[in-house]
Write a protein of this length. Structure first.
Length: 400
C-alpha cells in the first residue's frame, strides 16, 4: 500500500530525549533523568476510597459520556484554588496539561507563525507546537527568566510567548516578582499573549512563588495547570484557564480530539480534593523533595570540587540545571555515565535554537538520598575521565 503522508506528519519526529534515554533503561541504572514525580507521593488509599465512593454514589454517570468542558464541580474547584478571580466557565479540563499545549498550538499557530520561548524551554512544548509548523524564536534569559528588553525586541508579529515562571523545566529557575511585573507590563503594552504553564508551582520548598502572570492580566494570558505533580501523573488530568474570547475555539479543538477527558477520573479527583485534601497532602511532597534537593546540592558540591561545574539551587520543583566545563558534550557523555550506572538528560534538546552542549538536567525526586550521592559520585568520576581525555587530545601532536 502506498501511504501518502500529510506534510505536517514530517514534523512529528520521535522525542529526541526519549531516543537518547533508551540507553538508560537497563537494570541497575540510577536515573536522574526522568521528569517523573516520586511514586512515594501518590495517595493510593485516597484514590481507592474515592473510586468506591464515585461508583457507589453515581456509577452510571461516572461511566457515561460527559461534557467536553469538564466535570462542573472539578471546574469550580480549579477556579477556587487559583489566586485570582476565575469564572468556572473559563476552566477547560484537559487530558494532561500536554493536551492544553496541543490545543493552544492548533488554535493559535499557522505555518510560519513566530512563537517566542525561553532559553532554554520545555521540550514537550516544542514538540506540541512543532506539527503546526511555527517559527520558534528563543528569548534571551537569565536566572530570573526571560530578559524583558529582548522580549520587547522580538514581540512584533509573535503569536504568543510561552513561559514557565515557577521552577522551570528544565532549569528549575523561578521568575522573580520584579521580572514578572516587568514581563506582564511589557507583554500587555506590546499586545503579546502569554501562555503560562505552571505544573510545578505548588512544589515550593520554603516560600510560595510570586503571583502568576495570568493573575496580573487575565485577558492577555492562557494558564495551564496539572494534577500530575500534586496527585499522580497516571491520571492524565490537567486544565487550562482562558479568556472568554478564546475559550470556545479551544473547546472546539478539544472536542475534535477526544470529546472529553475521562469523566470517571475527573469525578475521582473531585472526590479526593474535597475537604482540603491537597492542603494536607502537598506539604508532604514539598518536604520530601526539599530533602532530596539538598542531598543533590551537597553531593554536587562535594564531588565536583575543583571542576568548572556550575549548578543552581532551585527553590522548588523537580529539576536542577548544570553547566559542565568547556569542551564537554553531554550527549556524548551520557553513554559513558550509563556505563557507571547513572543517567541524566543532556540539555541541548531543550533549546529552540542552537543548544548549549555543556548543559544537563538532573531530577532529584525519584532517587533516594543515598542513590543521589552514589549517582553524583559516578557522574563526577565520568566527567573527570572525560576531561582527562580532552586534555590528552589537546596535548597530542597534530597528525601528518
Amino acid at each position: 500500500m502506498n501511504w501518502k503522508l500529510a506534510a505536517r506528519a514530517a514534523k512529528m519526529n520521535p522525542s529526541v530525549l526519549r531516543e537518547i534515554l533508551k540507553v538508560t533503561e537497563r537494570p541497575g541504572i540510577i536515573s536522574l533523568a526522568g521528569g517523573l514525580p516520586s511514586p512515594k507521593t501518590f495517595p493510593i488509599q485516597a484514590f481507592a476510597d474515592a473510586c468506591a465512593e464515585v461508583l457507589h454514589n453515581d456509577g452510571q454517570a461516572a461511566l457515561q459520556y460527559a461534557a467536553s468542558e469538564g466535570y462542573a464541580p472539578l471546574r469550580q474547584a480549579v477556579a477556587d484554588m487559583l489566586p485570582w478571580n476565575v469564572d468556572p466557565a473559563q476552566v477547560l479540563i484537559t487530558t494532561g496539561s500536554q493536551q492544553g499545549l496541543d490545543l493552544v498550538a492548533k488554535v493559535l499557530i499557522d505555518p510560519g507563525s513566530k512563537v517566542l520561548v525561553e532559553t532554554p524551554t520545555y521540550l514537550g512544548a516544542l514538540q506540541a507546537f512543532g506539527p503546526m509548523e511555527p517559527n520558534p524564536m528563543s528569548v534571551a534569559s537569565d536566572e530570573d527568566g526571560v530578559i524583558v528588553d529582548d522580549l520587547v525586541a522580538k514581540a512584533k508579529d509573535a503569536r504568543f510567548v510561552y513561559l514557565l515562571p515557577n521552577f522551570q523545566n528544565p532549569t528549575g529557575r523561578t521568575m522573580t516578582e520584579e521580572r514578572r511585573a516587568a514581563v506582564s507590563a511589557a507583554a500587555a503594552e506590546a499586545g503579546l499573549p502569554i501562555i503560562e504553564d505552571n505544573p510545578y508551582g505548588e512544589l515550593w520548598f520554603d516560600e510560595a512563588p510570586p503571583l502568576p502572570l495570568t493573575a496580573r492580566n487575565p485577558e492577555g494570558c492562557i494558564y495551564l495547570g496539572s494534577f500530575s505533580k500534586v496527585l499522580a501523573p497516571g491520571l492524565r488530568l490537567g486544565f487550562l484557564v482562558a479568556p472568554k474570547a478564546i475559550y470556545p475555539k479551544l473547546l472546539q479543538a478539544k472536542q475534535a480530539v477526544d470529546l472529553h477527558t475521562p469523566i470517571f477520573t475527573q469525578r475521582m479527583v473531585s472526590a479526593v480534593m474535597k475537604d482540603g485534601f491537597l492542603d494536607r497532602h502537598v506539604p508532604t511532597i514539598r518536604a520530601l523533595y526539599k530533602r532530596q534537593r539538598d542531598a543533590m546540592i551537597a553531593a554536587l558540591t562535594r564531588e565536583m570540587a575543583g571542576l568548572d561545574v556550575k549548578f543552581n539551587a532551585p527553590k522548588g520543583g523537580m529539576f536542577l540545571w548544570a553547566r559542565l566545563p568547556e569542551g564537554i558534550d553531554t550527549v556524548k557523555l551520557l553513554p559513558k555515565a550509563v556505563e557507571r550506572n547513572v543517567a541524566f538528560v543532556p540539555g541541548a534538546p531543550f533549546y529552540a535554537g542552537l543548544g548549549d552542549p555543556r548543559t544537563l538536567r538532573l531530577s532529584f525526586v525519584t532517587a533516594s538520598e543515598e542513590e543521589i550521592a552514589t549517582a553524583i559520585a559516578a557522574l563526577a568520576l565520568t566527567l573527570r575521565e572525560e576531561l582527562a581525555l580532552l586534555g590528552e587530545h589537546k596535548l597530542a601532536p597534530a597528525s601528518v
